[in-house]
Every structure is written in C-alpha cells, then in structure tokens.
Design a protein around this ligand. Structure first.
Ligand code: ADP
Ligand code: MG
Length: 681
C-alpha cells in the first residue's frame, strides 16, 4: 500500500487556519471583510478577553439563506468568484472561500443570518469543524458571527496568543483602519462592557479622522488627491487572432490617490502610522512604503516616519490580491508606475502646501517624541510581512506597544475614545510599561474633551454634525498657516545672533538662520548638479586629508560623484588625499569635516548590503553635506539686507519647511495664539 493519503477536510481546514487565522485580530479582519462585502452599513464588533474568549461581529448586510449559511462553512465555498478569469479582477475583499471553514475548525462558531426576504432566518452552531445545530430563527436582515474559545482544540496555538491587552490593541488597530476606509459606515468596537470605538457615519474622511484621532492630529495632516491615466493595461491584450474584431480597445483606466499626509513637523518613530489602502483593502507594501519615504526624503530625518493615510484606487485588473492567504500583500502589475505616482503626488502636495510649523506644536514634536497614531504593537496587520514573523518566534515583551522613550511627552490626540477609568478597570494595559507618554493618551484632557468622548459613546447621532463642523474649522485654520508669505516678511533683528525674528500679518516668525541657508544651498547644489553647472573654486594650497584605509575604499566609490559636485581630489600617498578644488563657499576645516562626513555616511550605508545606495540618494547626501558645512553658522551677526535676502531665497525653495536633515526652519507664533496668550480672545 502506498503511503500517501488525502487529508480529511477537518485537517485541511486547520492547516488553512494556520495561515489565515493567527490571532483574534485576523478573525476580526476576515469577519469585517465579509460584512463589508455583504454591503453592510453598520458593523458592530464585540470582543471579550481581547478576543480570546469571544469575538462577535454583527452587520446589517445582505445576509444568507439557509442553504448558503451551511455552504459558507465548506472549504473553497464562496459567492464572490466563479472562474479563474475572475481572479484577475477581484473587486471584493474576500474571494478564497477559506475564512469561515478555517475559523470554524479552530473555534466554537455561531452564525445567525437572515436575508430579510425569506420568512425565517437561520442559526448554525459549529465547533471544531463539526455542525452541532441548524435551526430556523426569527432574525432581522443581516449576519452575526460569534467566534468563541479561539484555538480551543489547538492548544499549541492558543498558548502563543499574547496578553489580552495586546490582542485587543491589534483588534482596535484593525477596526480603526477599516473605519478610516469607510467613513460612510457606522463602526463600533466594544470590549467587555466598554466602548473602545464608536464612529457613526460621516461624509468625509477628514471628519472620520477627527472622530477617531481628534482635533490635534487632524490639524497636523494635509489632504492630497491626484489622478493619472494609465498608459496601458497591466494585463496584456489578447493577441489579434484571439480578439473579437468588433471589440473596442480596452480602456486601461486610471490611478487615483486620495488621503492625508502629515506636515513635516509631525514625525513618528516607526511606520505604524502609515496606512495604505488599495481599492479599500488595507495592505502592507514595501514598494509603497518606499515611495512614501522617498517623498519625504530630505524633508524629515531619515530615521523618522510620517503619518500617511493613503487610499489608492485602480482598476481591479491592475492589482493581484491573490498573493498571500491573509490578503494583506498585493502585487501591482505596473509596480513602477504605481510607485512613482505615489511618490510624485505626495511630493508635489508637500511642495504646494508649504505647511508652516506652529511654534507650540513644534515643541511637542521633537523627532522621536511621538508614538504611532494608534496604540498598537508593530504588527497591526495579521500575517503581513512587517508583522512578527511568527507569534512563537518573537521574544518581544507583550506590553511594549510603541517602543517609545517613555520620558518624552506625546502629543495628545484629545478625543481618542478611551477613558482612563475603563482602562484601569479592565486592566487594559500596564501603565508602567506604557510609560508616561502612553498614559497621556488616555488621560482625559480638559473637561470639554471628556464630554466629547462621552457624547461619542452615548449619542452617536448628534456626532456627525459636530465632527463635520469641527473638521471644517480645523481645515480652515490650517489653510491660513503656510509659508507662502515668507518672502514678504519684515525681518526685525536676530535673537542671540542665531535666529531671525520677522513679522507678517499671520504673526511672529522665528527662523533658524543656519538651517534656512542650508535649505537654500541644498536645493541650489542639487539644481546645479542636475545641469552639470557646479561652480568650483581652486584652493590656493591643496588641502591634505588623512584617511583610514577603509575610508579610502569608500572614497574611491564616490570619487566620481564628488568630482561632479565641484571637487578636485587626488590620491596623495596611500592614505592621504589632496583636495585641489572645492565647491564655492567651502573652505578649510569645514571642507575637511564635510569630506569626512560624506565618507562616513557612505560607509554606514554600505553595511546594509541590500540597501544598495542609488545615485539620487548619494547626490542628496553630498548636497546636504556641502550645504551644511558652507551655510551661515549660528552666532553670526547678519545685517538687515542679508536677512531679507535669506528670507527671499528661502521663499523660493521647494521645501522651506525643513532643512535637508529634517529640522524645522521657520516656526510661526500665529496671531491667534498670540491673542489667546494675551487673553484677548
Ligand atoms: P470569502 O469571503 O472568501 O468568499 P468566507 O469563508 O469568508 O469566504 O465566506 C464564505 C461565504 O459566506 C462568502 O462568499 C459569502 O457569500 C458568505 N458570507 C460570509 N460572511 C457573510 C456576511 N457577513 N454576510 C453575508 N454573507 C456572508
Ligand atoms: Mg471572507
């Protein structure tokens, strides 16, 4: 007898469950996606013990009749896909027909569903893959799926679930993401008896952001929208002999992008505040992460990350979602086009918005000071490439939700709908481990915000109007504060020979003279380099620079690019360089420091082999380094004409917001803030 056997369904389902369901959040994800696919407008998620004990998702979607309710638990049973061709253009969130049988094989599941058309609804109970009961039940239209005792029959998996609070944080992050993608729908998340999230329908994403994260976060985000026609479709046209001659040429369609991105002043420690949705599906994608980082290159520090909510829409044929069982990864058929479109749209938006940093906001936003938007462990997306590779493998402590330095104060999203009371009662998180910053998130701020939170919980209906009003207010205030008028400011003098004070109608400006000049030079150097017009200056005496052997190797690698940037450098002995010419404005010790800096940065990069530095990055680094070392220093007196020149030139730059290393250049004490501080309004 042969040794190969076909596995029973139950085993096959458990194997599939290993990929699809690795924690409560992934169950919630599958159920939420099903509800959205069913056209629900109201979705209520309840969890107990972080979802380990119970997950219940109730929707008002199309529901199922009795036959479908039973079929839904069969392997590869789906209403969303019929033929392999349809796999090429999937417009629903689900399509694998795997989620329900997988979940039912590792938990006790109760399904209650009704279409509203049949006389009765159906109630199905199934545990560990075995049907227990199927009954008629009088139910309203919609579906409720209750998943109890997850992994009750797979103790090995159960053991690797994290602490309740960690699992709840994952679930919260997930529901929040979907709530952001569907502002027109009503989402609720309830843990035991307390409402974690309540988001009644609103008209716009801005209002949803306000609902979920509050005013301060919305005030730091800017809207972006862009569209481009695709030159051709991602799937090749059939050959002429296979094509129906009467058939019109296929329209390749468009790439559309909308969403929000943070002003450079808001910086995060990790990527957790970057949310990418492709056709309303939340995904993790390295390519798009890279596009976003590129857009912010030399605007925020390379170690910081922005907050971005990106909604990409494209024809379903352009994106292959059948890449990963958890459907959190996709493959774009025209990857480069999508990448460049995202990078360029964001960059253009940043250049056009020229957002001004508020003096007070900048104080709370020192790089590295702010945790990610949603208090969640790194792996917000179950099964995503960025998440913990395996729940087993990670030795990271459970309660380490954002890995921030605890002593720094976080900006407080005042209306995050948590409250400290229920946090303590429910033992939501270990306060100590969260650090002061995290605790601040939960601390009810001033009275009004707490009331807002209360209203959020109790009276949903009144909320959309207030969210709309508040969001509009924030947006109006925001459009007033930009750097468009930099050139017409009146410089009044310097503070300690280092910061220029200038006034305009919008308030009092404080400008860091060194970084301002650095930005001006940086953009000029890049421009000149682009057209090969760098001005070099011969040194009277060659400057001799001693290097270590390893540095000589690096130097050889970047020598050509240095040459094109105005350097004339020749080896002068085995470990010495002779600099004969340098870019205008760079002399003596500064020149020596600049060279050492560029070489050291290059060597730091080369330690990461996969990060094969591209030329653009190297150019930007050299330009930044030259700019930094030749810019006006602090503690340098400037006459009025020089200050005016500096402001005028700064106004002409693309990114007057921040220096190439990401530090703020100009901070505004707005007229409104000044009036408020003097109790005039
Ligand atoms: P998939 O979503 O990939 O089709 P699932 O196992 O998640 O597979 O679900 C199987 C089928 O059950 C779906 O195709 C859908 O027809 C039905 N279904 C599941 N959840 C719901 C729901 N909340 N409302 C209506 N129908 C549902
Ligand atoms: Mg599904």
């Amino acid at each position: 007898m042969g040794r190969i056997r076909v596995l029973p369904d139950q085993v096959a389902n458990q194997i599939a469950a290993g990929e699809v369901v690795d924690r409560p959040a992934s169950v919630v994800k599958e159920l939420l996606e099903n509800s959205l696919d069913a056209g629900a407008t109201r979705i209520r998620v309840e969890v107990e013990a972080g979802g380990r004990k119970l997950i219940r998702v109730a929707d008002d979607g199309c529901g199922m009749n009795r036959d479908d309710a039973l079929l839904a638990f069969e392997r590869h049973a789906t209403s969303k896909l019929r033929t392999a061709d349809e796999l090429l253009s999937i417009s629903t969130l689900g399509f694998r027909g795997e989620a329900l049988p997988s979940i039912a094989s590792v938990a006790r599941v109760t399904l209650e569903t009704a279409t509203g058309e049949d006389s009765a609804g159906t109630r199905v109970e199934i545990a560990g893959g075995k049907f227990l009961h199927v009954d008629d039940a009088a139910l309203p239209r919609g579906t409720t799926l209750a998943v109890a005792d997850l992994f009750f029959n797979t103790p090995a998996r159960r053991k690797f679930l994290r602490a309740e609070c960690t699992e709840l944080a994952h679930v919260t992050a997930l529901v929040t993401h979907y709530a952001l993608a569907h502002p027109e729908k009503h989402f609720e998340l309830i843990s035991a008896t307390h409402t974690v999230l309540s988001a009644p329908p609103v008209a716009r994403t801005a209002e949803r952001i306000y609902q979920i994260f509050g005013k301060d976060t919305l005030a730091q985000l800017l809207p972006v929208a862009a569209e481009t026609r695709l030159a051709h479709g991602g799937i090749p046209e059939p050959p002429p002999w296979k094509k129906d001659p009467g058939e019109p040429a296929r329209d390749p369609g468009s790439l559309r992008l909308s969403g929000f991105y943070s002003k450079p002043e808001l910086q995060k420690l990790n990527r957790n505040s970057i949310y990418i949705f492709v056709n309303k599906r939340l995904i993790r994608d390295r390519l798009l992460m890279h596009a976003i980082t590129e857009a912010y290159r030399n605007v925020i520090p390379p170690t910081s990350f922005p907050v971005v909510l990106l909604f990409l829409e494209m024809p379903p044929e352009e994106v292959d979602v059948n890449v990963h069982p958890a459907k959190t990864e996709v493959r774009f058929r025209q990857a480069t086009a999508v990448h460049d479109f995202v990078r360029d749209s964001l960059r253009t938006a940043l250049i056009q918005a020229r957002p001004a940093a508020g003096f007070l906001a900048a104080l709370g936003n020192a790089p590295g000071a702010s945790p990610s938007l949603i208090p969640t462990p790194a792996s917000a997306l179950p099964g995503s490439p960025d998440s913990d590779p395996e729940p087993f493998a990670s030795a990271r402590a459970d309660a380490e939700p954002f890995g921030l330095s605890p002593q720094t104060p976080a900006p407080i999203p005042v209306r995050l709908p948590f409250d400290s009371v229920s946090m303590n009662r429910g033992g939501w998180m270990d306060r100590q481990a969260w650090g002061d910053a995290a605790a601040a998130l939960f601390h009810p701020p001033a009275g009004s915000a707490l009331e807002g939170c209360g209203a959020n919980l109790v009276d949903g209906a009144g909320n959309d109007a207030s969210a709309a009003r508040a969001a509009a207010e924030v947006e109006a205030e925001q459009s007033e504060t930009n750097l468009n008028h930099l050139g017409s400011l009146r410089p009044m003098g310097q503070l300690r020979d280092s910061f220029i004070l200038a006034t305009g109608d919008d308030g009092l400006w404080i400008i860091d003279q060194h970084v301002a000049h650095e930005r001006i030079l940086f953009e000029k150097i890049l421009r000149d380099r682009q057209v090969e017009q760098v001005q070099r200056q011969r040194l009277l005496m060659p400057l001799l620079v001693e290097l270590k052997a390893s540095q000589m190797v690096i130097f050889a690698r970047i020598a050509e690019e240095l040459d094109r940037n105005g350097f004339e450098v020749e080896p002068f002995g085995p470990q010495t360089l002779a600099v004969k010419a340098a870019p205008v404005g760079l002399e003596g010790a500064a020149l020596e420091r600049m060279l050492a800096e560029v070489i050291d940065q290059s060597s730091a990069d080369s330690q990461e082999p996969q990060q094969n530095e591209d030329l653009t990055a190297l150019r930007a680094r050299i330009a930044a380094s030259i700019a930094c070392h030749s810019a006006i220093k602090i503690n340098t007196p400037l006459d009025p004409a020089r200050m005016e020149w500096l402001l005028l030139e700064l106004a002409k730059t693309s990114h007057p917001t921040s220096c190439p290393h990401g530090r703020p250049i100009a901070l505004l004490y707005s007229w409104k803030e000044i009036q408020r501080a003097f109790h005039r309004i």
